[in-house]
Design a protein around this ligand. Structure first.
Ligand SMILES: N=CN[C@@H](CCC(=O)O)C(=O)O
Length: 351
């Protein structure tokens, strides 16, 4: 397995994020790490933790989709918040392993240095996403094959493809499914079902479906304004894909947000399902496609809670968030929001 770009954490690495206080215990003091960071596969087997958190701080997939870079900034901000959550009866921390992150900075550097025109850059980024896919898929496969649930913090939504593929293969290896295929629920302003024109953040679910790793897919909260007509026609004609638009929930009030999420859960209940949350669906959260109109932070937490309680979870993937975009926009709170969402998931899934 090629994990050239994966940086494993030691306990010391994790503790460097923790603000230690007398008489208190923080999550970072309780979470597990790999016992031998140089032997990732064997160490994964030795983990007793049920949830394995990994970071993919990259924005190559977003740039390959003509988007604004910056999603590589969410991971450290998330760690800072997550590892300083109080360890208590609500969430102790020992059930979680924080094992490390991918660093694809060398690939970004080579592209920035050698590709000059917009066209050359797009082609190089799309090519690079294949390399990211391979490494992410390999690690996710190992995690799920060892009966653990990956919690993946992106990064662009391009990573849904290798996470779906890796989970499907890992769950097959663990004999939990008889075919390497899973379902997905996704809270997102976009379908990310654009055509197969080279890999990027806008077509992960198309590639996953065409390669037969994605069986059923339901998107909650897509914005009519950002739904290409060709994608809409494909979705309407595909019985394995369903969606509920943001407008149908919040403008036309055809069903409540809770009913929409419940529908997505029921649509995908016949198999393990990946739980996807693109932060560009949440109003005013900093992301490559941030929007003044979207679901509330409370809705996002309710979505994660409902999915954690009722979905046969293959994984949780929270992506597209940023604390600093290349256009200069900043927001410090994105990591804290992701931290709430991850802790919500673990607490409700544990029950
Ligand atoms: N993952 C996001 N996908 C969106 C990107 C939109 C944007 O960056 O503006 C899409 O392809 O439509």
């Amino acid at each position: 397995m090629n994990l050239t770009h994966f940086k494993s954490y030691t306990k010391q690495d994790v503790l460097s994020f923790v603000k230690i206080r007398r008489f208190e215990t923080k999550l970072g003091e309780r979470v597990q790490v790999l016992n031998d960071p140089s032997a990732i596969v064997d160490s994964l087997k030795n983990l007793t933790a049920r949830y394995v958190v990994i970071g993919i701080p990259e924005d190559i997939g977003i740039q390959a989709n003509y988007g604004t870079a910056g999603t590589s900034t969410a991971w450290l901000s998330f760690l800072q918040s997550f590892l300083n959550i109080q360890s208590n009866d609500f969430l102790e921390g020992g059930e979680v392993a924080v094992i490390g992150h991918f660093d694809f900075g060398d690939i970004q550097f080579v592209i920035d240095k050698n590709a000059h025109t917009e066209e050359e850059k797009i082609e190089a980024y799309r090519h690079a996403v294949n390399a990211i896919d391979e490494e992410v898929e390999g690690l996710v496969k190992q995690i799920t094959a060892n009966n653990k649930i990956p919690i993946v913090i992106g990064g662009g939504h391009n990573n849904a493809y290798p996470i779906i593929k890796g989970s499907a293969k890992g769950l097959l290896q663990a004999q939990k499914i008889s075919l390497a295929q899973i379902n997905c629920v996704n809270l997102d302003a976009h379908t990310d079902y654009r055509p197969q024109e080279g890999r990027h953040s806008g077509n992960a679910f198309r590639y996953a479906e065409e390669d037969n790793f994605l069986q059923k897919y339901c998107i909650v909260g897509i914005h009519e304004n950002y739904l290409p007509q060709n994608v809409w026609v494909d979705i309407v004609n595909n019985p394995f894909i369903d969606c509920i638009t943001f407008e149908d929930i919040f403008i036309h009030e055809k069903r409540s947000f809770r009913q929409a999420v419940s529908h997505a859960i029921e649509f995908t209940e016949d198999n393990y399902a990946g739980i996807e949350l693109d932060l560009d669906s949440v109003e005013d959260v900093l992301s490559s496609a941030c929007s003044p109109s979207g679901v509330s932070v409370l809705n996002a937490r309710q979505y994660v809670n409902l999915c954690a309680a009722h979905v046969k979870a293959a994984y949780l993937h929270i992506c597209e968030g940023a604390t600093r975009l290349n256009n200069g926009k900043t927001n410090d709170s994105t990591g804290k929001l992701i931290s709430y969402l991850v802790s919500d998931f673990i607490k409700m899934h544990e029950v």
